[in-house]
Write a protein that binds this ligand. Structure first.
Ligand SMILES: [Mg+2]
Length: 392
């Protein structure tokens, strides 16, 4: 079997709100076609126009290759070997960040293809399942332009998530810092009040996580507020500091009685090694597409397991990325939860409509997918409707 074509779709929801902290408004979806008629699907969570440019660029030298040119003509079953060829062939401009996230979409599509070609779900080909089902947590983004509305909306979402069958949820309690929601800029104590109200609404047995989205620029200052969250029994606190302040992360790990989670923006195992070894992060959060695809995500799970750390993947795109996350989690020895935004509880039309057949939660868990590959079906109609066109 040979790869005959690589297509990258740039997708956008009909009304983009650039002031929202919501990357589910755009998408880069790739299709890898073969001479046997099989097609693999992948996606990645980064600037979709830039991903398309990296895929379609012509090659100019051995370390400045275009990704499509690397793949066309190759055997799609050579997943790991192709990862190396893509990584090495783009080293001049890639190696981290965007370059790796573009590889991630393609690697995901190659695993989907491999599964379809061999008639097996990806988790089987990645080494087999280490858990019988994958446990999702609901990722909750509040609304409201005042602190009171924000707090009420988040508490309501917690109750809805519980009623929906979730055993765990993550609160985006981001009231200060660069990603504060809806232009809010509240005193630091407000974060404690909001989380306390949600704990009250959730009851004692529900698992709660909190994402403060890089709220603080100083670890000692962050610690003062985070200490006050300790009695609220949180599973983790996500990204309290700027992600490049790895010494600050290590300081919080040493002084706080709550696990620290980070890694949603990281690419490659090399960045995760820094995060875990220097930053002492307790919970690593690879996003399968961004991090370099299933090939690289699996390596990160293994590195984390070697260090006794947990994996709880980031995922804020469509049913494509969710499926990749679930296949990865099934094979990981150390993944208690995956991030999961049910179509029923989300705002993004892309999230709701792009994938016509996707993995679903049943009785609080996502059963192991049985279909070949990622086990999802794209809606061709949605692919057409959400396609970005110049000047639209
Ligand atoms: Mg986050």
């Amino acid at each position: 079997m040979k790869i005959t074509d690589v297509i990258c779709h740039v997708l956008l929801v009909p009304e983009v709100h650039a002031e929202d902290t919501d990357s589910a408004q755009d998408d880069a979806v790739v299709e890898i076609h073969t001479d046997e008629g099989l097609v693999g699907i992948g996606e990645t969570d980064t600037n979709p126009w830039a991903v398309r440019a990296l895929i379609e660029s012509p090659s100019t030298h051995t370390m400045g290759m275009g990704l499509k040119e690397i793949l066309v003509g190759a055997d799609p079953l050579d997943t790991e070997a192709l990862w190396d060829r893509m990584y090495t062939g783009t080293m001049h401009y890639g190696r981290r960040g965007l370059g790796v996230s573009a590889i991630g979409a393609l690697d995901m599509a190659l695993w989907d293809l491999k599964g379809k070609a061999l008639g097996e779900p990806c988790w089987k080909l990645l080494g087999g399942a280490r858990q019988e089902a994958v446990r999702p947590y609901a990722s909750l983004q509040p609304r409201g332009r005042s602190l009171e509305q924000y707090c009420d909306s988040l508490s309501e979402w917690v109750v809805k998530a519980k009623d929906f069958g979730f055993a765990a949820a993550k609160l985006e309690a981001t009231l200060t810092g660069p990603y504060a929601h809806s232009g809010l800029d509240e005193p630091e104590e407000a974060t404690v009040d909001v989380v306390a109200a949600c704990r009250e609404a959730a009851g004692p047995d529900f698992v709660l996580m909190v994402d403060v989205q890089y709220a603080w620029s100083n670890a000692r200052q962050a610690l003062r507020t985070l200490k006050r969250l300790e009695p609220l029994d949180l599973f983790f606190v996500e990204t309290p500091l700027q992600i490049d302040d790895l010494d600050g992360y290590a300081f919080l790990h040493d002084h706080l009685g709550i696990r620290i989670a980070a890694g949603e923006w990281q690419t490659t195992r090399f960045e995760f090694l820094d995060l875990m070894d220097r930053g002492k992060v307790d919970v690593a959060q690879p996003d399968v597409g961004r991090v370099g695809g299933l090939t690289e995500a699996k390596r990160i799970c293994d590195c984390a397991a070697d260090r006794g750390r947990l994996i709880v993947p980031h995922c804020w795109k469509t049913g494509i990325g969710i499926s990749a996350s679930v296949h990865m989690a099934a094979t990981a020895p150390n993944c208690p939860y995956v991030e999961y935004l049910p179509a029923e509880l989300c705002q993004s039309a892309l999230r709701k409509e792009l994938v016509s057949e996707e993995l679903r939660m049943k009785r609080g868990v996502i059963p192991l997918p049985e279909k070949p590959g990622l086990g999802i079906e794209l809606s061709r109609d949605a692919l057409e409707r959400f396609a970005w066109r110049e000047g639209r």
